[in-house]
Write a protein that binds this ligand. Structure first.
Ligand code: BGC
Length: 736
């Protein structure tokens, strides 16, 4: 048995939450250090103070405001930290991000494979695809000379206008956490450290550097924090990136409760906390309250974790044991993931771009959501003679989201000079046009109209067998969508085209939900998100029916902004550096469909919605209590004439209420079925979706009583229902 660690003398002198963690017995119960922790501790014991500081002080990989990175940083990259040659510790080379190897704008952008956006991957409801995509981009990171990838983006889509929703995995903590966790696991399968970000509540870009999020901890544990908790359990990322915003007062990167108590204490996170670029605001509070590494220091007001941290250690304001802990955590992540043993090399000519493009395409195909399909306008029939495509540069390429996650395509941008000249521009269209991909699959005559003049577009559309309007909404980091409306008068364009030809299908490439004032006048709507490399092929394959439409919405599409907890986005009218509050206590844990259920709002399209080209029958629902949760069994049959993929969803509801909202997603399955095929499915409900977090005991509590188990095809489409009686159960904040 290992000897329990005693709280050290210095712990008693620290800030409250840090001291609590080190003196409340959390360490006494901590498991014995694993091999990577032992190795990290051994390395730290051999380091000088300067060497330790070098491990926690991050450079930006790109010149910024006259501050140049060290010479062995990789061009136009996100970050760099020095190594220690005498101890064979590699430098840390950091790259964005969630959809592939990104580049900061400039002359030397890397051209790499781009996955569809995070929200598209979430829309597949297929964790295996998330893993596969993560493994692919992690491999490209390694072959591009990077050993830390800044992905794993899991902020909850609490605010549908958030300009970064495209990077995230939707509004439900279970779906978001599982999909992001699988992607992280995939990235790290290449001996590359992945982050998870942005911890926490960085749910809007407006005022992101100073906005103060007001939220009760209990509500957070059952929503935003739960998404992180689940993703960390599944993905085991080496690092957590703390966010720009403040939470109930303090900045997230010096937040004792979030970092020391919840993350490192309750959840037992062994890795390190790195700041977002420009999110470090101090030396001593940040170090004592849980930040382990300052990133991209030129973005901060000061190089807080360089000379200032050294001095704070020397004069005892930051105990050296705490600096050792920071470095050990970083080395643990590197050792546990093989980064210390498998050096990375910048050799992109070894990347198999064709194979990687196919992986991205599979992801895009399963993420495309068929929202509306009247009179079987889709899939496009073989006998069509004339198809008119309108707008969205559908003759050139597909759209991607902007900001630090931007992956530049091979062969250059399909449409040059679009969008802002400055970051978060450019507005990047990836080559591979949907029109060309459709032409390869159709005997019809295809013509393209740019859609700039609505009347002319309507004229071009009239008389066509089918009209495909490619509507776009470019969203990007650092700015929110001004509203949920499609920009650039596209609503008027669609309305005019649909008036001229009722066989109009709208193909949306958006980062987040949009409203559809024209919905009743079009025959079909397809949500293609930002579909990544080979996205044109993916769109064409779904439109033509070569593959089923099997994506389902990971986010509610509101009918109007008046249905939102905050009909108006907070902070939009304020000057840039303003400090203001955003009140997430309005909805608490009732995010997305939970809010809509609670308020009785009817959305435009519900969470979980998505049509297929075939039909499915759900039968034989059974549910029983097992090991502190519920096991759900049912059958799924393909009752139509085409092969397809079903996404049966299990929602749970407590009889008698007491939850933030009437029901929660408890689990789901995704099954490929041939016509006539029937398969059995088993879903085990995540016990946290049956529980309420109790702040007083710091634990999850499942109340004894009756629970409804609802088998559905969307949050608003129940099919079968049964009830289960559960005994009371209590489990620790970090358990399940
Ligand atoms: C973003 C992070 C990103 C970092 C490094 C920041 O602006 O918020 O998501 O990883 O830059 O590029």
């Amino acid at each position: 048995m290992s000897k329990p660690l005693q709280p050290s003398r210095w712990a008693l002198t620290l800030g409250a939450a840090f001291a609590v963690q080190f003196s409340s017995g959390a360490f006494a119960q901590a498991p014995a250090p694993d091999a990577a922790q032992q190795r990290a501790a051994q390395l730290v014991s051999q380091m000088t103070l300067d060497e330790k500081i070098g491990m926690v002080f991050g450079y930006f990989g790109t010149e910024f405001q006259g501050k140049k990175p060290p010479t062995d940083a990789l061009a136009q990259s996100a970050g760099y930290l020095k190594g220690i040659e005498r101890l064979k510790i590699t430098p840390q080379w950091l790259t964005d991000a969630g959809i592939g190897v990104a580049s900061q704008p400039g002359k030397q952008v890397r051209e790499r494979t781009s996955l569809p956006s995070g929200i598209a991957t979430a829309a597949t409801w297929n964790p295996a695809l998330a893993f596969q995509g993560g493994a692919m981009i992690g491999k490209e990171a390694r072959l591009s000379g990077f050993n830390v990838m800044l992905g794993g983006s899991v902020n909850l889509a609490r605010e549908p206008r958030n300009g970064r929703n495209f990077e995230y995995t939707g509004e439900d903590p279970l779906l978001a956490g599982i999909m992001a966790g699988e992607q992280i696991r995939g990235v790290q399968s290449n001996s590359v450290v992945s982050t998870i970000k942005h911890f926490a509540y960085n749910d809007q870009e407006t005022g992101r550097n100073h906005v103060n999020v007001k939220i009760e901890d209990v509500a957070g544990r059952m929503s935003d924090l739960l998404a992180f908790q689940i993703a960390i359990e599944r993905g085991n990322p080496g690092s957590v990136m703390c966010s720009y915003n403040r939470v109930n007062g303090p900045y997230a990167c010096e937040h004792a409760h979030l970092l020391n108590k919840v993350l490192k204490g309750d959840w037992g996170f062994k890795g390190y906390v790195m700041s977002d670029w420009g999110a470090t605001h101090s030396t001593i509070p940040a170090a004592l309250h849980g930040l382990d590494q300052q990133s991209g220091y030129p973005f901060d007001k000061s190089p807080y974790f360089d000379g200032a941290l050294k001095e704070a250690v020397q004069n005892g304001h930051v105990p050296e044991a705490r600096l050792n802990d920071m470095v050990k955590r970083i080395l643990w992540a590197m050792a546990a993931n093989g980064v210390l043993d498998k050096p990375v090399r910048d050799e992109p000519n070894r990347i198999d771009y064709a194979a990687h493009g196919r992986i991205s395409q599979l992801d895009a195909e399963e993420g495309i959501v068929l929202l509306k399909n009247e009179n079987q306008v889709l899939p496009l029939a073989g006998k069509l003679k004339r198809i008119v495509l309108i707008g969205g540069h559908a003759n050139k390429g597909v759209l991607s989201g902007g900001g630090s996650a931007q992956v530049y395509p091979r062969g250059g941008l399909a449409v040059p000079n679009e969008g802002p000249k400055q970051w978060p521009g450019p507005m990047a269209y990836l080559p591979g046009s949907p029109m060309k991909a459709l032409a390869a699959r159709s005997k019809a005559q295809l013509t393209y109209h740019d859609g700039k003049d609505a009347a002319a577009a309507a004229k071009a559309a009239s008389g066509a067998d089918v009209v495909l309007v490619f509507a776009t909404q470019w969203t990007a980091e650092g700015q929110d969508a001004p509203s949920l409306s499609l920009p650039n008068s596209q609503d008027a364009l669609i309305a005019a085209v649909a008036r001229a030809n009722p066989r109009t299908v709208v193909v949306l490439q958006t980062g987040t939900p949009v409203t559809m004032p024209w919905i009743d006048s079009v025959a079909g709507v397809v949500q293609a998100w930002y579909p990544g490399t080979n996205g044109g092929e993916a769109i064409a394959r779904v439109l033509s029916g070569e593959v089923d439409a099997s994506g389902r919405l990971p986010q509610t599409f509101p009918a109007s902004e008046n249905q939102l907890p905050r009909p108006k986005l907070d902070g939009v009218e304020l000057p840039k550096e303003s400090r203001f509050d955003v009140d997430y206590n309005i909805e608490g844990a009732a995010v997305g469909y939970k809010w809509f259920d609670l308020k009785g709002h009817k959305p435009l399209f519900a969470f979980g919605h998505g049509l297929s080209y075939t039909s499915f029958a759900l039968t034989s629902l059974k549910a029983e209590p097992v090991a502190g949760s519920i096991r759900v069994d049912f059958s799924v049959a393909n009752s139509g004439a085409r092969a397809g993929k079903a996404v049966p969803q299990v929602y749970v509801a407590r009889v008698g209420g007491g939850w933030e909202a009437p029901k929660r997603l408890g689990g789901w399955d995704k099954l490929a079925l041939k016509p006539g095929e029937t398969r059995a499915s088993t879903v085990t409900v995540d016990p946290r979706t049956l529980a309420v977090f109790d702040g007083a005991s710091n634990s999850w509590k499942i109340a004894a009583g009756e629970y409804r188990v609802i088998l559905a095809t969307a949050a608003d489409a129940p099919v079968l229902e049964t009830t289960v009686r559960l005994p009371a159960r209590e489990f620790a904040a970090g358990a399940r």
